[in-house]
Design a protein around this ligand. Structure first.
Ligand SMILES: *Cc1c(COP(=O)(O)O)cnc(C)c1O
Length: 394
C-alpha cells in the first residue's frame, strides 16, 4: 500500500483532473454479490483472471468474495500472491525455465498449455505442486475470431486427440477456457455437456477442473441459479472441485473513464477531441472495433458528435453519439464500462498523460446509522518520470 493515500470527497471544490478512471465500489459489490450467489448455489470456486483486471488497490473488496486469482504470465502470479489472499493459479501459454522457477513456490496450481511444456517443466516443480493442463475442447463461444480459443490452428490447449491416459496420470487438474462474453446460458450448457461427454474418462481421473472465464453471469437477467445447478451436476458427476476464472464478469460496468473536451473540429461531421486516446487508454475499443458508450449521450439527442482521441492515429476514435445539447470545450464526458482489459493495457503512446486511477468507496454507516458519503481514494497518479522510466534510466 502507498504510504499516504490521498483522500478526497466528491463534493471537494476542485474537480479531479482528467483524464481519470473512477472505479465504483458499489457497482463492484453488485457484481460480487452475484459471484457469491453462484458460489453458494454451486460449490464452485472463483478465481479472478488478473489479465482482465489487476488494479490491486481494489482487492480488499474483491478478495472478500472470491477464492483467489489466476494469471497469464509470471508477474501476474507474483501480484496475485502478494495482493490477493487465497489461491494463486499460474497458467501460461509458454513458460521459460526461469518462469517456472519463479512461480513454483508461490503458485497453488500450475497449469501448462501443452504436453511438451508439461513434460519439460514438471521435473522442475516441487513434489507438492498441483499440476494442470489446458485442454482445447474444440467447441467455443466467442463473438470474434481473434478471441476464439478454438479457432483454426489454435495454439491454446491440447485437443482430445493429443491427450492420453498416460499424460492425464501426471495431472491433478484440467483447465478449459472456451468462452468470451457468453451471455447465453443455453449455449453454455451445450458446451458443458459436450465437455462432460467427450472428456469423461479423463475428468474422472483428476481432482479439480477449471472451466475458465468468459461467462457473463453478472449480465442483467442471466439465469445464475440455472448455471449453478449445471455446474454442481458436472462437479458431482465427475467428482471434481470446479473452478471458474471470471475476469470481465467481476468488473463489468464498474468503472468510468472521465475525459475533457479539448477542441471541436468539423469535417462533414463534428468531432470533439478529448484528452485521452483509445490506443493508449482503452485499447480494446480499437482492437475489437467496439465503440464506447457515453453517460451523457442520449439516443434522441439532437447534437451528434464523433468522440475523437487526441492521439495522432487517424482512426483513433472512441465512438459516435448524440447529445441533448451542443458540447463545448471544457465539458466532461464519461466513457462507461472502462475497467476490463483496459487499465491492464495502458501504454504511453504519443507521450499522452496517463489517466489517474480513483476508487470511490461505498459510504459507511455513521453515527445513528446516518450514511457517510463515500470517499474517493487515489490509487495512482502518473507523471512524466513514469513515462521516461519505461524507456530508459536516468
Ligand atoms: C481471458 C481468460 C480468462 C478470463 O476471461 P473473461 O472473459 O475476462 O472472463 C480466464 N481464463 C483464461 C485461461 C483466460 O485466458
Amino acid at each position: 500500500m502507498p504510504a499516504a493515500k490521498a483522500m478526497q470527497t466528491e463534493a471537494s471544490s476542485t474537480p479531479l483532473k482528467t483524464p481519470y478512471f473512477m472505479i465504483h465500489e458499489d457497482k463492484l459489490l453488485r457484481n460480487l454479490e452475484i459471484c457469491k450467489q453462484l458460489k453458494d448455489l454451486s460449490g464452485v470456486k472463483l478465481v479472478l483472471a488478473l489479465k482482465c483486471f489487476s488494479t490491486w488497490g481494489t482487492f480488499n473488496t474483491i478478495s472478500k468474495y472470491l477464492d483467489g486469482t489466476t494469471s497469464s504470465g509470471p508477474y501476474e502470479v507474483q501480484l496475485g500472491h502478494e495482493t490477493f489472499p487465497g489461491e494463486t493459479h499460474a497458467y501460461s501459454v509458454g513458460y521459460s525455465e526461469d518462469d517456472v522457477i519463479a512461480v513454483r513456490d508461490i503458485a497453488d496450481k500450475i497449469i501448462f498449455n501443452s504436453v511438451s511444456q508439461l513434460e519439460r517443466m514438471q521435473p522442475l516443480l516441487n513434489a507438492a505442486s498441483s499440476v494442470g493442463l489446458r485442454i482445447n475442447p474444440e467447441v467455443s463461444y466467442a463473438g470474434q475470431d481473434l478471441a476464439d480459443p478454438a479457432r483454426a490452428y489454435s495454439r491454446l490447449g491440447v485437443k482430445k486427440s493429443g491427450l492420453t491416459a498416460e499424460t492425464v496420470a501426471k495431472l491433478d487438474g484440467l483447465m478449459f477456457h472456451m468462452n468470451c462474453e457468453n451471455k447465453d446460458f443455453v449455449a453454455y450448457n451445450k458446451i458443458l455437456a459436450t465437455i462432460s461427454e467427450q472428456f469423461s474418462a479423463h475428468l474422472d481421473q483428476v481432482s479439480w477442473v477449471s472451466l475458465g472465464g468468459g461467462l457473463f453471469f453478472t449480465y442483467p437477467g442471466y439465469p445464475v441459479a440455472e448455471l449453478a445447478l449445471a455446474l454442481k451436476a458436472f462437479a458431482e458427476k465427475h467428482q471434481v472441485q470446479l473452478y471458474l476464472e471470471p475476469g470481465e464478469a467481476v468488473i463489468t460496468d464498474t468503472t468510468d473513464l472521465v475525459v475533457s473536451v479539448l477542441d471541436i473540429v468539423e469535417n462533414d461531421k463534428k468531432t470533439v477531441i478529448v484528452d485521452s486516446a483509445t490506443e493508449a487508454h482503452r485499447l480494446d475499443t480499437l482492437i475489437y472495433n467496439e465503440p464506447a458508450s457515453f453517460a451523457e449521450a442520449t439516443e434522441n439527442g439532437q447534437h451528434p458528435y464523433i468522440i475523437g482521441s487526441c492521439s495522432c492515429l487517424a482512426g483513433d476514435i472512441f465512438g459516435e453519439a448524440n447529445f441533448p445539447q451542443p458540447l463545448q470545450v471544457g465539458d466532461r464526458l464519461t466513457i462507461k464500462d472502462s475497467a476490463g482489459y483496459t487499465m491492464v493495457k495502458l501504454n504511453w503512446f504519443n507521450g499522452l498523460k496517463m489517466p489517474s486511477i480513483y476508487y470511490k468507496r461505498v459510504g459507511s454507516g455513521g453515527v445513528d446509522g446516518e450514511r457517510v458519503e463515500g470517499k474517493i481514494e487515489s490509487l495512482n497518479q502518473f507523471n512524466y518520470q513514469d513515462f521516461k522510466a519505461t524507456l530508459g534510466q536516468d
